[in-house]
Design a protein around this ligand. Sequence first.
Ligand code: SAM
Ligand code: SF4
Ligand code: SF4
Length: 356
Amino acid sequence: MHDLRRLLRPYDFPAYYKTMLRDLYKRPIKDLRISVTDRCNFRCTYCMPYDEYTWIEKAEILTFEEITRLTSLFVQLGVQKVRLTGGEPLVRKGLEKLIRQLCGIKGLNDLSLTTNASLLAEQVPALKTAGLKRINVSIDTLDPDKFRRMTKRGDLGKVLEGLFAAKQYGLHPIKINAVVERGVNDGDIIELVEFSREHGFAIRFIEYMDVGNSNNWTSEKLVPKKEIIERISARFPLKEVGRDNGTAPSVDYEFVDGRGELGVIASVTEPFCSTCTRARLTADGKLVTCLFSSVGTDLKAILRSGASDEAIREIVSGVWQKRNDRYSAERLEALHSSTGYNPKTQKKLEMITLGG
Ligand code: SAM
Ligand code: SF4
Ligand code: SF4
């Protein structure tokens, strides 16, 4: 009897899913990116250049309790890492409450946040107390005028204040994300590297991608990883250390002089679809299986209809088992083909909805 009760403990049976759940390319589900809001106080030209959007209605946004319940079900299915993103996650009021709830989920090994840091200085004490340990901060240039042009309204001073407040409060590691756009900020790469080395931040350069439908991406605006690395290593010799666990999006490097590390996320020129274990949850509760998807599965409707945990797990498992996304790999094939690649052939969900 004792053994039977142990066998039936509710947190035992999801182990079955964890080992079995694979998509059509045998990729497990390991990471979850949660967009906590589609709203943002910036309008980065490469992400959401329009001044006005039709925002998701407040009533349609998942509550913190709903996010926490869904996250714990994802964790039971194999998710180990969660990243909060958006839109700008810090414009969602009381985010520290969500962080506290998520930190209580057994089996969730890693919780992080990607932010533009403009509101970080005032929020970092509460976020840290709630359990947040690490963050990624997006900074594409250290030139205040260019920063304002690229974000259409951002104040670099406020962002740096947030970044250094995070350091002062002991968040670690702090990674800087910089999207590189040819003719815009590719001349700022070395200064960003010097800045991160000087202050002990890790830096990740991101190849400019054709996310959403409004950033007018062309391959001419892309600075490939190879060129980014050549430019940096001409000044600071680098040693490649590869992808974390062999599967992470970023290819990492160490400076030969031992002063820090950097990475490049080369989604366009070296796609990593074959090892992509990321699911995305939109602010209005849609499960999306690829950054370039045009549709998602409405988990909020299922949740609000009163579905049981078991029913929701079954639905998520079913979606994941049918997943066959490999958009970036297909884009590279198209870029190398005689017909070329047209980013407008498929209408995609916007990055602010999806969580970048
Ligand atoms: N607002 C937060 C921020 O900017 O960090 C979080 C959301 S933002 C969509 C997440 C990440 O996506 C940021 O690091 C941003 O630079 C990156 N991103 C946005 N548009 C991109 C694009 N077209 N190509 C590559 N990365 C992009
Ligand atoms: Fe906002 Fe981040 Fe997109 Fe910039 S990259 S517009 S800060 S969501
Ligand atoms: Fe994953 Fe889609 Fe990006 Fe490929 S294109 S790495 S499947 S999110």
